[in-house]
Design a protein around this ligand. Sequence first.
Ligand code: G3H
Ligand code: 13P
Ligand code: ZN
Length: 284
Amino acid sequence: MALVPMSCLLAEARKGGYAIGAFNANNMEIIQGILAAAEELQAPVILQASQGAIKYAGLDYIAAMVKCASEQVSVPVALHLDHGTSFEQAMQCIRAGFSSVMFDGSKFGFEENIARTLAVVGVAKSVGVSVEAELGKIGGTEDDISVSAAQAMMTVPEEAQEFVRRTGIDALAVAIGTAHGPYKGEPRLDFDRLEKIRGLVDVPLVLHGASGVPEEAIEKAISLGICKINIDTDLRQAFTAAIKQVLAAKPDEIDPRKLLGPAREALKEIAKQKIQLFGSAGRA
Ligand code: G3H
Ligand code: 13P
Ligand code: ZN
């Protein structure tokens, strides 16, 4: 089916008490693997492209591949810009047919984040495109930061309330202790903070850096209002491990299809596990 705005999917998820998987897409096999998982489980799904993915594959290629793939499945699909950091990038994605954009102004101060987010919302809303924004800073697992510095980066509930009220965004990415990339130890999520944010903010909340977060923590986060869960690293690991496995068994293999086909299958299995965990299976 045709692409749908992300806000429709998240509104249903909020009502139903589940979360939609938002999976990062960089090439054809990844897109096909994610959508095959969603179709098999009859789950609504979000495919998202980072600025790095857009640079790698090309904006028009990403948009065309996702549109083509989504027309071949019966489940609703949103195409979302992940961590867009400029007004120009958001506009280019809207023009290319994305149904949703994230404006990540987390590196700016509170007022500047609001002003820049508002500029994107002003255009996106008028053309039916959803907007996610970020308040607090979701870092990387490689960032060497102390516990107190990590606390200082987290979303302040009262600020989240004001941010949402003044920007009119459709979804808010919260910093509650997760980070992008593979975790060294077990991530500790600040559920009290999440609960406070949920009590003050009415829009769907988004959990970034969800790869490697234990299943019980994911379930608890969903019960406290998380409606969109971003997964990239777990997919990358499965995809690459499958390629390595083929090469270990057949070091002389040169047919890309013999490497990328198994990688697509392995990635599909991980996407299915996540969809089941998030409770979005059968919700299409
Ligand atoms: O949020 C980060 C995502 O994993 C995208 O990563 O910028 O390397 O494409 P990337
Ligand atoms: P992970 O790579 O840690 O799963 O994070 C994905 C993400 O948050 C994309 O925005
Ligand atoms: Zn992220």
